[in-house]
Ligand binder design. Structure first.
Ligand SMILES: *Cc1c(COP(=O)(O)O)cnc(C)c1O
Length: 413
């Protein structure tokens, strides 16, 4: 696209497409299902190998469909590059490895992270000699104390934590990272560039699970690493030597999905605000967690850092009655899908104690504030009245189901 703009809605549908490849140019980038690339003259192939000429040689090094998706997201993120991977986890793995390669082999991590990220640090990096300390990035003073003590090579955290939806002030954490010479890696899967562009706040490397909002339709698994020029050589080298590449098929779907990212994200955030407001009225719901509620501890941070009126599209709530009630609630849903993902066009509900945080001991969950009645919603693009209506009827029916089970149990014994 020749037109200069910084508008995300425009960039999302144009960026990455229509790169000149031959006599004519496809309007949207097709799937280049090929492992290698042929040149009439070996001299040209050599030039591409030497980075003297633009082109592709082998799909582990780069592929036109994958590059188009990478350019699209890098443009939205204000990054110098994007490197797409087969999953969010492979992006996090590679970003951490690249960050630690020539730095101190120690990490400070947010105390609440995606479960597999904690597992990666504890079960993979630790046996390789990388020590990790955990601290709450929403408590800046305590966080800096931990960083000062550990002098880590890397710091890793998430833009919105799961499932309690805390929002650290990334600009302030970036200052802490700079003061102590650590590279700051941020998992921005929950915010996307529509809500936050962490590189502009001083973050060094951004990763996404593009399985979630970026692709948005629950039909692929993917990840992407984004950064400025200084971090590209190591990331590129690791892509070539480790080979965790995104496939052209998945990149095509991810790019197609990301064209509507602004539309979806804005709608989902507005739906989530309505859902959060309505759930607060529901007597069986003891507490609603939503960063857009003025009594949420990070409300001010969101107002300061996110676009006006957008607070993310995730809502969590405590349902009275604990585990039994939550399971009955999930079974009573008629539209919202009880499935283990987030960021899709359909609304999804998840029970952290059973899925994302099942590996934690009940005591540890309790310490983190993840109760037995906690439900996490990923709000979709449906009509908000249908989303709210379904949740309210499932809350009501789950109460009856639990009462019925208790009566049956009594009459049996
Ligand atoms: C889903 C998720 C991941 C892992 O991504 P995959 O694509 O499933 O590998 C990492 N971080 C966050 C915040 C996620 O939600």
């Amino acid at each position: 696209m020749k037109r200069k703009t910084d508008k995300q809605a425009t960039l999302a549908v144009h960026a990455g497409d229509r790169k000149k490849l031959g006599e004519y140019t496809p309007t949207t980038t097709p799937i280049y299902a090929t492992s290698s690339f042929f040149y009439e003259r070996s001299e040209d192939l050599e030039k591409v190998f030497n980075d003297e000429k633009e082109g592709n040689v082998y799909s582990r090094y780069g592929n036109p469909t994958v590059s188009a998706f990478e350019d699209q997201i890098a443009t939205l993120e204000g990054a110098d590059y994007g490197v797409a991977t087969a999953s969010g986890m492979s992006a996090i793995h590679m970003a951490l490895m690249a960050g630690l390669l020539d730095r101190r082999k120690s990490v400070v991590a947010g105390d609440v992270l995606y479960g597999q990220t904690t597992a990666l640090l504890q079960k993979v990096f630790e046996p390789f000699g990388v020590e990790t300390r955990y601290a709450d990035p929403c408590n800046l003073e305590a966080f800096e104390t931990t960083v000062a003590k550990a002098q880590p090579g890397c710091i890793i955290l998430e833009t919105i934590t799961n499932p309690l939806l805390r929002v650290p002030a990334l600009d302030k954490v970036a200052e802490i990272a700079k003061r102590h010479g650590a590279q700051l890696i941020v998992d921005a899967s929950f915010t996307t560039p529509v809500l936050s562009r962490p590189l502009e706040l001083g973050v060094d490397v951004v990763v996404h699970s593009s399985t979630k909002y970026l692709s948005g339709h629950g039909d692929i698994l993917g990840g992407i690493i984004l950064g400025r020029k200084d971090t590209l050589p190591t990331i590129n080298y690791l892509r070539k030597t480790l080979g965790p590449n995104a496939s052209p098929f998945d990149s095509y779907l991810a790019m197609r999905g990301a064209k509507t990212l602004s539309l979806r994200m804005e709608k989902q955030c507005r739906n989530a605000a309505q859902v959060a407001r309505q759930l607060a009225e529901c007597s069986a719901i003891e507490r609603v967690y939503f960063p857009g509620n003025p009594d949420h501890p990070d409300y001010e941070t969101c107002v300061r850092l996110f676009p006006e009126g957008l607070f993310g599209a995730m809502v969590s709530f405590d349902l009275a009655g604990g585990r039994e009630r939550v399971l009955a609630f999930l079974d009573a849903l008629e539209m919202v899908v009880p499935a283990t993902s987030l960021g899709d066009v359909q609304s999804l509900a998840l029970y952290p104690a059973m899925s994302s945080h099942r590996d934690l001991a009940p005591k540890q969950r309790e310490r983190l504030g993840i109760g037995d009645g906690l439900v996490r919603l990923s709000v979709g693009i449906e009509d908000p009245a249908d989303i709210i209506g379904d949740i309210v009827q499932a809350v009501e029916r789950s109460e009856k189901a639990v009462a019925q089970a208790t009566t049956d149990h009594r009459s049996e014994s």
